[in-house]
Ligand binder design. Structure first.
Ligand code: RAM
Length: 359
């Protein structure tokens, strides 16, 4: 068998069978038999900050959901960075944000295709672990971006901002808008989404402070990042809690659907809405008085950093350990605890600044 077809067979074997079998049949690694790459695959590998970035690498992007404009922007940012770095971009992924089995099979597809790295936004913290670990054993670098898995199931996580800041500031924004008084609800994405659940945890913690003692969180509803379900969930919240004063929706799909519902209802401007949205989705609702302020980061910058992190890992510049540094474009990033890399601070959008943004 030719070497390249042997490699392909081995990767396919590893992706669909137990790793032990593939490892026996393929001499320990199915990805690349060179010594240096074997070394890079082990957890004891050392980062070489002076290593040149490799050209010709293929990075597969696997978002939570392919037809979500937020991920379209994020992944375009990844594509642009890879083109600049002389690499190849590809994107695969499910069309529903609650198709974890689909995400698992896409991880296996990318492993089979022997990409050099993958950037994954996980629909669920644990469901992808076995598949991601198998990818890493095949010397494929795994970066999560946007929504993490468990720390031992990937090499690094590129986070959009500090999760704690995001959770706390969304509560602060809404509390100010409702005068620190009344019932509030959260309209989230999928019930298993790692990112939303982490932010909601910090929202609940923020609400424990004395200054929020007159605010009551009455419900967390899930719209599954589906426009229609999110719209119906908002309608249901108002039916169940007619005195509701505010909603936080930490999802671009959720906040847009909630704004659409409120904007056509008697609650427009009365029930306050904030959370995470794109300026292009939310512009008309800010202008028509449905929404005062909300926040987000630039998704394209998140995708850009995910791609650059993937290439730095696959080039051996970093391994994902705390304290390692690397340059992405003109910015130097330091890897934090548990392999987390923070993009920066989110932007708060309101009527004054929203026209300065186009994404
Ligand atoms: C949706 C997705 C994504 C989240 C944004 C804010 O597009 O749930 O994971 O980061 O909203």
């Amino acid at each position: 068998m030719r070497k390249s077809s042997l490699r392909r067979t081995c990767a396919a074997l590893a992706a669909v069978t137990s790793l032990a079998l593939a490892a026996t049949a393929c001499g320990g690694t199915t990805k690349n038999n060179s010594k240096s790459d074997d070394a890079a695959a082990t957890s004891t590998a050392k980062a070489d900050p002076n290593a040149a970035l490799k050209k010709g690498l293929t990075v597969g992007f696997l978002p939570k959901q392919v037809n979500n404009p937020y991920f379209t922007s994020a992944d375009k940012g990844g594509e642009k960075a890879l083109t600049e770095l002389g690499g190849t971009y590809k994107e695969v992924g499910p069309s529903s944000a609650t198709d974890t089995a689909g995400q698992v099979s896409y991880v296996n597809t990318l492993t089979q295709q022997q990409v050099n790295a993958m950037a994954v936004s996980a629909q669920d913290p644990g469901a992808l672990c076995t598949a991601l670990k198998q990818a890493m054993k095949n010397n494929i670098k795994v970066v999560t971006y946007d929504s993490d898995t468990k720390a031992d199931c990937r090499n690094a996580f590129v986070s959009q901002a500090s999760a704690e800041d995001l959770g706390r500031t969304e509560v602060q924004l809404l509390a100010e808008q409702i005068g620190y008084k009344g019932q509030i609800a959260i309209l989230s994405a999928a019930q298993t989404a790692t990112n939303q659940n982490t932010w909601i945890g910090y929202m609940k913690d923020e609400l424990k402070q004395d200054k929020y003692k007159n605010i009551k969180l009455v419900k967390v509803a899930y719209g599954n990042d589906d426009a229609q379900q999110s719209f119906q969930q908002t309608q249901g919240l108002l039916q169940q809690y007619p005195n509701l004063k505010g909603i936080i929706s930490p999802t671009t799909v959720g906040i847009k659907a909630a704004a659409q519902y409120l904007s056509g209802s008697k609650y427009k401007g009365k029930v306050k809405l904030t959370g995470l949205g794109t300026p292009n989705d939310m512009r008309k609702y800010v202008k028509n008085g449905t929404v005062d302020a909300f926040e987000l980061w630039d998704p394209a910058k998140l995708g850009d950093l995910a791609a650059r992190t993937a290439v730095a890992l696959a080039s051996g510049q970093i391994t994902g350990k705390e304290g390692e540094t690397f340059k992405a474009g003109d910015t130097e990033y330091t890897i934090g605890k548990d392999g987390v890399i923070n993009l920066g601070k989110p932007t708060v959008f309101n009527a004054k600044n929203i026209d300065q943004f186009n994404f």
